[in-house]
Design a protein around this ligand. Structure first.
Ligand SMILES: [Zn+2]
Length: 400
């Protein structure tokens, strides 16, 4: 059955209140990382009620809801865990109120990024209403544990569940712009070692504190000379923690650790970043390594990965970017603005690690993420739901 932009736009508008109500409902259910069971069960029941063709949980507990059964796979992803509320006195309304007021939905997760999830549920409903039977199986994924370890849920989907889409969309907030990448990141633990001695006679020892301090200054200098990419910006390094200790507070310390947050621009890899830190620390470096992370999902499974989140971008003229542009233009009569995120998303696993083409398009603003008084515009939910429903049609129309 032929689906037109006019039909999609009309239904997205028809479901305006329903989209806002869906977001309000899922914001009222707190879902900190690892504690997403209640919200996942609610989302699964909403997808079933909307008539999706298949709804299930994966091993970690992410919801996988499919519409259509075409030979190619399009995945549209929202992580549905959130960060904490921070200082509650900074909020003017209850973070879990889900109030819909003045064209906004209020509460923790409205921007980052349950708004994308609500718009996806409406998009699935629209595709079902219009009897979508095109060339794509459209997988709507509502994923877990992202705030603790971005991409882990998608590494699990690809590597363990065998869900390898041809194209993917992250619905993290873009203010309804079309994004095509962001910097990667990694965490690094650098250790220094000294020789302890009595605090009364420092000349007998070798201080891990001074080595750690020298290393910290070396990182400040390293930061200045990191690579720049015209689209993604500059690589950065930050010393986020220093810990030094020894046998007593009246002794020369013999152990030190620096924790480093490294943002990786285009062309920068984990191997390169570790080598740079080693070189900058010179002989003071005892070890420089990437810690591992183990995520345990509410549904029982665990998954382990390094704290490395590879950089990704796709070209401006990539078929997925062009398809996204076409979908937007057919719906709204103009091209979307194209850009990039400042923060990191599940795209690190989808595109950065596995090379699956990915774009971003999401309701709400990136700068509301992790901030007090988080909110998202209802208008954005309408635009995003239309975009997600139109994308498989636009991708197919132009033979992509
Ligand atoms: Zn997010």
């Amino acid at each position: 059955m032929k689906i037109t932009a006019e039909q999609v736009r009309g239904l997205a508008e028809k479901y305006r209140d329903s989209s806002a109500e869906t977001l309000s409902t899922i914001v009222k259910i707190p879902s900190f990382s690892g504690k997403e069971e209640a919200v996942c069960r609610k989302i699964a029941s909403m997808c079933k009620e909307a008539g999706f063709d298949e709804v299930r949980f994966d091993g970690l507990g992410s919801v996988i809801a499919r519409v259509g059964s075409g030979p190619r796979k399009l995945a549209i992803d929202a992580h549905i865990d959130t960060v904490g509320v921070g200082d509650p006195t900074r909020w003017t309304t209850d973070p879990f109120s889900g109030i819909v007021r003045d064209g906004l939905v209020l509460g923790r997760g409205t921007a980052d990024q349950k708004g994308g999830a609500a718009a996806m549920i409406s998009a699935g409903r629209i595709l079902k209403d219009l009897g979508y039977d095109g060339g794509f199986s459209v997988y709507f994924t509502f994923t877990v544990l992202e705030e603790d370890c971005d991409g882990l849920c998608w590494r699990y989907l690809i590597e363990k569940e065998g869900l390898r889409p041809d194209f993917a969309v992250s619905t993290e907030p873009t203010s309804c712009r079309l994004y095509r990448g962001h910097r990667g990141r990694m965490e690094i633990e650098a250790r220094v070692r000294g020789i302890s001695a009595h605090g009364s006679a420092p000349e007998r020892g070798e201080s891990a504190a001074y080595k750690a301090a020298r290393a910290a200054i070396a990182m400040e200098k390293l930061n200045e000379r990191l690579a720049v990419d015209e689209f993604l910006g500059k690589g950065t390094i930050v010393v986020s923690k220093i810990d030094v200790h020894g046998p007593s507070q009246c002794a020369v310390p013999d152990q030190g650790m620096l924790y480093l947050d490294r943002r990786l621009t285009w062309g920068e890899t984990a191997e390169l970043a570790i080598a740079q830190v080693r070189e900058a620390m010179s002989t003071d470096a005892e070890s420089v390594a990437m810690p591992a992370y183990e995520g345990k999902g509410w549904h029982g499974a665990s998954y382990v990965q390094d704290l490395y989140f590879p950089t990704w971008k796709i070209p401006e003229d990539h078929p997925l970017v062009t398809g996204g542009r076409d979908a937007h233009r057919s719906l709204f009569g103009r091209d979307p603005e194209v850009g990039k995120w400042t923060f990191s998303t599940n795209g690190v696993a989808i595109c950065g690690k596995h090379g699956i083409p990915c774009i971003g398009f999401g309701p709400g603003d990136e700068d509301k993420a992790h901030a007090p008084n988080e909110h998202t515009r209802v208008d954005d939910l309408v635009v995003a739901s239309a975009f997600y429903a139109m994308l498989p049609v636009a991708l197919e129309k132009s033979g992509r």
